[in-house]
Write a protein that binds this ligand. Structure first.
Ligand code: ACO
Length: 321
């Protein structure tokens, strides 16, 4: 049995902030942001929360899959912006959906989170422990970024994407390659809140997202092609046989560079970074759901998903639609 995606969904906040709007907050311009990143606008959460976005995406994925919430055995939310430290976003989504039979938990693997969730769900489904999994990537990065730092605040957006996976004899996950390198954690980090208690006072600075953009860029263009090649090797498939390469939407130039290194046409690398920006763990499932909604994914298509981000973390997955 393999883990097969049978339905996807996504949810975006209502408020749309274009580059022009951001140039009223920090010294930047539409031209700079578009040229360096490919981003034109992003959605930012006002009323919405990570939980509400996650639940919205999940409901659509369940409807598309034709699976009832009570049938879900495993519910994973990949997020670095849970509304509450505890309980997990997954438990709150479980309550909202009525997924009463699910074991529910969050994972933190930043922008690779959805890939890691597939890695976990595939193992549980393959081993016969669970039949239906609901995987969600959900973020409100707008709450973590420093809105006075033009080097980071222009890059991110909010949203959620979800996918229902089921045990299937046909199609599904063929091979994966997943990795982490904790030694490079400082390249992209967000510290927790300051500790002020009777025995310990530390870290006066509030915990905003900090990034060495050029290091992240170099890491991505080196590691992503390698991990995709490793996954393809395991799947015994040449890149030419892949219909779509869906990559984490961090930067248009990273995606173009990966296409070049894999010697594949850019048209095989769909993007939504222009309208959604970088939504971290939500970026892959949002893109996947938009592709399904647009009817661009056909039965038997071979698809590569690849995520990369803080940790450092990365992963690639080859699947048959
Ligand atoms: N608007 C205008 N100018 C800016 C802005 C901005 N928003 N941000 C930085 N600048 C300025 C800098 O101050 C610098 O000015 P200086 O030359 O006078 O010192 C100049 O632009 C160049 O800055 P760099 O940081 O060298 O610009 P770079 O070409 O590296 O682009 C970017 C920055 C877009 C962040 C790039 O490094 C990148 O995309 N890195 C990948 C990081 C990424 O995608 N992170 C997302 C999160 S991680 C993930 O999802 C994997």
């Amino acid at each position: 049995m393999k883990a097969k995606i049978i339905g996807t969904g996504y949810e975006l906040p209502a408020f749309e902030a274009d580059n022009q709007y951001l140039s009223t907050l920090v010294e930047t311009s539409d031209e700079w942001i578009r040229e360096r990143t490919g981003i034109g606008k992003r959605r930012l959460a006002r009323e919405e929360t990570t939980t509400s976005l996650a639940a919205g995406a999940a409901k659509k994925a369940l409807a598309r899959a034709g699976v009832r919430a009570e049938e879900i055995d495993l519910l994973i939310v990949a997020t670095i912006t849970s509304d509450t430290n505890t309980p997990s976003t997954a438990c709150r989504v479980q309550a909202e959906l009525g997924a009463v039979h699910a074991v529910a938990f969050d994972i933190n693997a930043a922008c690779s989170g959805f890939l890691y969730a597939i890695h976990i769900a595939d193992a549980f489904i393959r081993s016969g422990i669970y039949r239906h999994a609901l995987l969600i990537g959900a973020e409100t990065l707008s709450k973590l970024v420093d809105w006075t730092d033009r080097g980071t605040c222009v890059l991110f957006g909010d949203g959620a994407g979800a996918a229902v996976l089921t045990a299937s004899e046909e199609g599904g996950v063929i091979a994966q390659s997943v990795g982490s390198n904790g030694e490079k954690w400082e390249v992209l980090s967000c510290l927790g809140r300051p500790v002020q208690n009777p025995v310990c006072q530390s870290q006066a600075e509030p915990g905003y997202l900090k990034m060495n953009g050029q290091e992240v860029f170099k890491f991505a263009i080196r590691t992503v092609p390698l991990c995709i090649e490793q996954a393809l090797l395991k799947a015994e498939l040449p890149a030419e046989e892949i219909t779509w390469f869906l990559l984490h939407q961090a930067n248009k130039r990273i995606i173009q560079s990966v296409a070049k290194r894999l010697k594949q046409p850019e048209e095989k690398f769909p993007m939504n970074i222009e309208t959604c920006a970088n939504t971290s763990a939500a970026s892959l499932p949002i893109l996947l759901a938009q592709m399904e909604e647009q009817g661009r994914l056909k039965a038997k298509d071979k698809v590569v998903l690849s995520g990369f981000g803080a940790g450092l973390t990365w992963g690639a997955c080859v699947l048959e639609w």
